[in-house]
Design a protein around this ligand. Structure first.
Ligand code: G
Ligand code: G
Ligand code: MN
Ligand code: NA
Length: 255
């Protein structure tokens, strides 16, 4: 069965939902943010992730539905998320190019924020470098600038894997770079990966950006990132992407 069918069926049957993966401050070890990640159950009850339905998420109609649904769910669960990680925590949303090009997410965030659970200053909008490379990058930049003015932070996802033009960091309102897990997973065996990470961290720091290392799986990666001055990290070493009750149980245990 194709990714498109899986996603269509799951949307129709209300089997699409977010899980959340904590983002930790490497200075004090506290969870300061969490990324919302799409999950769905297929017709056989199997749990699929966004990567499993990647071709469907870029379909214009489905991407619109997915973005709406994820934002609605994140706001609906906003009070629980703030209770868990504090009133100043932020929730990361993966945006699609269409969301930003048409600026539709602006109206939706404004409307949803009226529920009072979650404010725009509790959001991080994640964009990828390819989204900034389109012909419409002017419209995307305008949308990001408005999101920034509303209080959202903007994170550049998968940094280092795409074109990584430093110009993006100047021309778009970017607050955070997320170092792709490809580099992080090579820390233990690849000297070059370590040098690239340190170069990204130093550049980001001098530009006043925060840096999230993605895909941290073990203590030696954690130690390397911390000693390299990386500000934040995310990965299985801290927590898998999970439902709120599971995250609440984890937070209670570690307290
Ligand atoms: O969770 P998983 O490893 O399957 O995620 C793979 C990729 O899918 C992530 O890197 C992320 O960029 C993307 N993704 C996850 N959730 C969403 C979502 O809600 N919307 C969009 N557009 N992409 C998502
Ligand atoms: O590109 P996107 O950054 O948003 O990537 C997030 C995806 O990476 C999620 O789907 C999540 O399941 C996956 N992920 C998160 N932490 C780890 C990790 O420590 N190791 C691996 N292999 N994958 C991870
Ligand atoms: Mn992401
Ligand atoms: Na990534």
């Amino acid at each position: 069965q194709s990714a498109i069918t899986d996603l269509k069926h799951a949307l129709a049957a209300n089997r699409v939902f977010p899980v959340y993966q904590p983002i930790v401050d490497l200075g004090d070890g506290r969870v300061v943010a969490a990324e919302a990640l799409l999950r769905l159950h297929d017709d056989n009850g199997r749990l699929l992730s966004a990567a499993d339905v990647a071709p469907a998420i870029i379909d214009p109609v489905l991407s619109h539905k997915v973005s709406n649904l994820m934002l609605e769910r994140v706001f609906a669960e906003g009070a629980d998320l703030l209770a868990l990680y504090g009133p100043d925590c932020r929730i990361g949303i993966n945006s699609s190019e269409a969301d930003l090009r048409k600026g539709e997410c602006l109206d939706q965030i404004t409307r949803l924020a009226k529920n009072g659970n979650l404010a725009p200053r509790n959001l991080i909008v994640e964009v990828t470098e390819t989204m900034l490379l389109t012909d419409d990058s002017g419209a995307i930049c305008d949308c990001l600038t408005t999101l920034e003015a509303m209080g959202c932070k903007i994170a550049l996802d998968d940094f280092g894997t795409g074109f990584s033009s430093l110009t993006h960091l100047r021309n778009f309102p970017i607050h955070t770079v997320k170092i792709d897990r490809e580099f992080v997973s090579s820390i233990d065996e690849d000297h070059q990966a370590r040098l690239i990470i340190q170069a990204i961290v130093q550049m980001a720091r001098s530009l006043g950006l925060s840096v999230v290392a993605e895909g941290v799986e073990n203590e030696s990666q954690f130690n390397f990132l911390k000693s390299s001055g990386c500000s934040h990290a995310q990965g299985f070493f801290f927590a898998k992407p999970s439902l709120i009750p599971e995250l609440t149980a984890m937070a209670t245990q570690s307290r």
